[in-house]
Design a protein around this ligand. Structure first.
Ligand SMILES: Nc1ncnc2c1ncn2[C@@H]1O[C@H](COP(=O)(O)OP(=O)(O)OP(=O)(O)O)[C@@H](O)[C@H]1O
Ligand SMILES: [Mg+2]
Length: 238
């Protein structure tokens, strides 16, 4: 199976070279841990290799993400113009389906379903799909069983397409949800921030990666204007 570089310095080494093609990997972390930056950095690496990508945002408006990511030198619009990147600015309306915002300023929207994400990926010939944050897609579904089915179905459709996927999630799963996306994904990466003697320590840990061995130790990471970087050789406490 092909290994694909994440473009995250120090992290590919933890994975034994990169992410296996066709895996659905969940990146979990609390607010501001860097989930979006991690995801976009990985996407920019894939785009640079010439791979078509789909990026769906569900909470942070697309325009904000585009603007913030320019600080790292990552230009969504340049890739969109080349036709290699398709972006979706999605949000959920309680009691209805997913809505795609074609233009937030004018309020121009189109109705969407979770399956449409797969249709877009298919039409794009996507090699990668990124969904940030993923649980928002099923936030208004109260039935745990139904939620699990919808998540499982989406992951399976992406695998069948031969797409690799990175989907993000908040760290604390809702009680009763049985960490469902963590069980259904092929891989789980955890981002945490802890205070130790008034020092903030940011750590990344691979919790699972089906079908491969990996560095099980938590490792420190930083976010700088150069992006997300993992110090995979240093001890956690210095
Ligand atoms: N230009 C920058 N230079 C250095 N660090 C930055 C820069 N921009 C953002 N950061 C850091 O990255 C963090 C936010 O990253 P990101 O938006 O990826 O987090 P997130 O986990 O997606 O947050 P949320 O839960 O709100 O979606 C900020 O809290 C800040 O620490
Ligand atoms: Mg985010």
């Amino acid at each position: 199976m092909n290994l694909q570089s994440t473009g995250i310095s120090g992290f590919d080494e933890m994975l034994g070279g990169g992410i296996h093609e066709g895996k659905v990997v969940l990146v979990c972390g609390g607010p501001g841990t860097g989930k979006t930056i991690f995801t976009v950095q990985c996407m920019m690496q894939a785009l640079g290799r010439g791979e078509p990508c789909v990026f769906a945002t569900l909470e942070e408006p697309l325009q904000n993400i585009k603007k913030n990511m320019l600080n790292f030198g990552w230009n969504f619009e340049a890739w969109e113009k080349k036709g290699q990147l398709k972006t979706l600015d999605l949000f959920m309306i309680p009691g209805t389906n997913v809505v795609n915002s074609r233009d937030r300023d004018s309020g121009d929207t189109e109705f969407f379903t979770i399956k449409n994400i797969v249709d877009v990926a298919k039409a794009q010939g996507a090699k990668w799909v990124f969904i940030d944050p993923f649980p928002s897609l099923v936030i208004h579904e109260p039935r745990s069983g139904r939620k699990r089915h919808v998540i499982g179905e989406l992951f399976e459709s992406l695998r069948k397409l031969g797409c690799s996927a990175i989907v993000t999630s908040e760290a604390a799963p809702q009680e009763g949800d049985f960490y469902m996306e963590q069980f259904l994904a092929d891989g789980v990466i955890l981002l945490t921030k802890d205070l130790k003697d008034y020092n903030l320590i940011k750590t990344i840990r691979i919790d699972k990666m089906r079908g491969t061995g990996y560095d099980e130790q938590p490792r420190r990471y930083t976010i700088t204007p150069r992006g997300f970087q993992v110090m995979n050789r240093e001890p956690i406490l210095i």
